[in-house]
Design a protein around this ligand. Structure first.
Ligand SMILES: NC(=O)c1ccc[n+]([C@@H]2O[C@H](COP(=O)([O-])OP(=O)(O)OC[C@H]3O[C@@H](n4cnc5c(N)ncnc54)[C@H](O)[C@@H]3O)[C@@H](O)[C@H]2O)c1
Length: 365
């Protein structure tokens, strides 16, 4: 099985490739003849080692510690120093294999190594497949601020290998599913949401659940749909200077504020985004952008997925703290608080105004 989705990022072409086996990818990469460094964490080292087919020269991956608290400059420096120690030139290749933390760190390090080395990413969480590894955003956390430093540096190739999801912890799976739901909402084709409902039914009928669904062709279809949507929005607005890429923030203004109010690391990104999407549906209904039927469908999917969508969220019961975090998010965005809400099709960008304010007052007052 191999399908490719190329998209343009400015003058660069980044190709997302669906492929079946890691050893085959190892062979392909080795055939390029470049020096390389493979970067992973302790949970993805076993996958990194699978890249070594019998014909692939032996290598030892650089294993970084997992966790958001380790997404820092020290990790970037370790990658840079290790690449230098191994004698990689500017034509060397950085291969990041892991979740969004590893793909963000590897991509950032590649972007500054000798002013830009080669980059290939192999995302191994659903979230990284759908979101983090695609679209060229890289970065690390600094001084407690998430993704404070970073660059735009798309990988020349992103290999999506569904079998890597086999042992993904259930909670990480759910985190990625929330982003998959978000991307389906952004799709102008309304059947994208129906396909996710079918995935739900598959869980009920076949007793398959969570990561075990990696074998399902429906999941591959949903993943391919998400890649196509993200690729199209990034291609239209690579550095988020316009209004297209911002649509990917559906559920994120509310979600980021919830993450901060709960304390960083308490909730997964997807749990926060799911809760944020439920708020976006309410706001969209209130403003007349979101048809009631569509809002019901989206919140139904979230409820069946087992996400907490009540107000207040039990992890952040203090509404005042939530509102403070929401205005903190506004500062980060240059004083502009914008929300993305589901539309009749796809989604709409909504500027802050008195109607938004009254929704916030009623809901969080
Ligand atoms: N660059 C972007 O556009 C973008 C977009 C969204 C999120 N992100 C970033 O992505 C990060 C979150 O990514 P994530 O949710 O993938 O988290 P993560 O990278 O922390 O991975 C989650 C956990 O799963 C483990 N893991 C990864 N793959 C596994 C596998 N196949 N089997 C078993 N365990 C596995 C990891 O070691 C980790 O413990 C955040 O830092 C966020 O800022 C970036």
């Amino acid at each position: 099985m191999s399908e490719s989705y190329p998209f343009r990022f400015g003058g660069v072409v980044s190709t997302v490739i669906f492929r079946g086996e890691l050893p085959r990818i190892g062979e392909i990469l080795q055939r390029e003849g470049q020096d390389f460094i493979v970067i992973c964490d302790e949970h993805t080292e076993f996958l990194a080692r699978r890249l070594a087919s019998p014909s692939f020269e032996p290598f030892s991956p650089l294993v970084l510690p997992s966790g958001e608290e380790n997404k820092n400059w020290e990790a970037v420096e370790r990658i840079l120093r290790e690449a230098a120690r191994r004698g990689l030139g500017r034509d060397g290749l950085f291969i990041g294999i892991g979740g969004g933390i590893i793909t963000d760190l590897s991509a950032f390090a590649a972007s500054i190594y000798m002013r830009g080395a080669g980059l290939v990413l192999i995302p191994t969480t659903l979230l990284a497949m759908v979101d983090a590894a695609i679209g060229g955003k890289t970065g690390f956390d600094l001084g407690g601020l998430k993704n404070f430093a970073g660059s735009f540096y798309p990988a020349s190739a992103v290999f999506i290998v569904p079998e890597t999801l086999e042992g993904l912890p259930e909670r990480e799976w759910k985190s990625g599913m929330a982003e998959l739901i978000k991307t389906a909402v952004l799709d102008w084709d309304p059947s994208a949401l129906d396909k996710l409902e079918e995935l739900d039914k598959l869980e009920e009928i076949e007793g398959q659940s969570g990561p075990a669904l990696f074998k399902s062709s429906r999941l591959k279809e949903a993943l391919a749909g998400a890649v196509r949507i993200k690729g199209a929005l990034v291609e239209a607005d690579p550095k988020e200077t316009g209004t297209k890429r911002a649509l990917l923030n559906l559920g994120h203004s509310f979600g980021h504020a919830l993450e901060s109010a709960a304390g960083l690391g308490k909730l997964t990104h997807g749990e926060a985004v799911a809760w944020g999407m439920a708020r976006s549906c309410e706001l969209g209904l209130e403003l007349g952008f979101t048809p009631a039927e569509r809002a019901r469908k989206i919140t139904g999917l979230l409820e069946r997925g087992g996400y907490e969508i009540r107000v207040p969220h039990p992890a952040a019961p203090d509404k005042e703290r939530f509102m403070e975090a929401l205005s903190g998010d506004k500062k980060k965005r240059g004083g502009l608080l914008r929300f993305v809400v589901p539309g009749k099709k796809g989604a709409e960008l909504v500027e802050y105004d008195s109607r938004v304010q009254s929704y916030l007052e009623v809901t969080f007052g």
